[in-house]
Ligand binder design. Structure first.
Ligand code: ADP
Length: 164
């Protein structure tokens, strides 16, 4: 029996937002080890490569000792087993997130009965915040300050070619 409690927080993180970081901080005190896993997702056309997204996460979680940044493709249930994780962490923003997440949680439990899903409610100030909102603002030349960590603002500005 492994005493160490590992959880996985999966997502696209394209790019990481203050909403994601809030969930990461809160989950990191609940588990001994938190794996933040960047998903390879063929369906979406990302703004940043998996490597860039992992780099942003690394730079912005530097002070947190029990975080690991990884990437994965394929089934989350299999990846969780491979990493010895007992839980998947998900953030919930609105009721609209719920139905899909509920379905995924039940499917994952069926695939890996040892895996539970833990939902953390968003902090009120990040309720409206998603990576897509950030990208929309950035491509139209708006400022993403206050939406993403300061350390990645320049990377976003450089990618969109707008100076926000
Ligand atoms: P998004 O593009 O919507 O930000 P991600 O796939 O990167 O999507 O999100 C990864 C996880 O983080 C999901 O569980 C999502 O519900 C959660 N999440 C994203 N933004 C927030 C937020 N502002 N507050 C709480 N949870 C969030």
């Amino acid at each position: 029996m492994n005493e160490m409690k590992t959880a996985i927080y999966p997502g696209s993180f394209d790019p990481v937002t203050l909403g994601h970081l809030d969930i990461i901080r809160r989950a990191s005190v609940m588990f001994d080890r938190l794996i933040v896993a960047v998903m390879h997702n063929q369906n979406k056309q990302p703004m940043f490569s998996v490597r860039e997204r992992m780099d942003f996460l690394r730079r912005t979680t530097e002070g947190l000792p029990n975080i690991e940044i990884t990437s994965f493709g394929g089934l989350l249930a299999d990846y969780a087993k491979q990493q010895g994780a007992c839980a998947v962490v998900k953030g919930l923003r609105a009721v609209s997130d719920f139905e899909y997440e509920f379905q995924m949680a039940l499917a994952n439990r069926k695939l890996n009965p040892e895996l539970d899903t833990v939902f953390l409610m968003t902090s009120a100030e990040y309720m409206y915040l998603s990576s897509s909102v950030v990208k929309d603002i950035a491509v139209h030349g708006g400022s993403v300050a206050g939406f993403v960590p300061d350390g990645i603002i320049q990377d976003i500005v450089r990618r969109t070619g707008k100076d926000g």
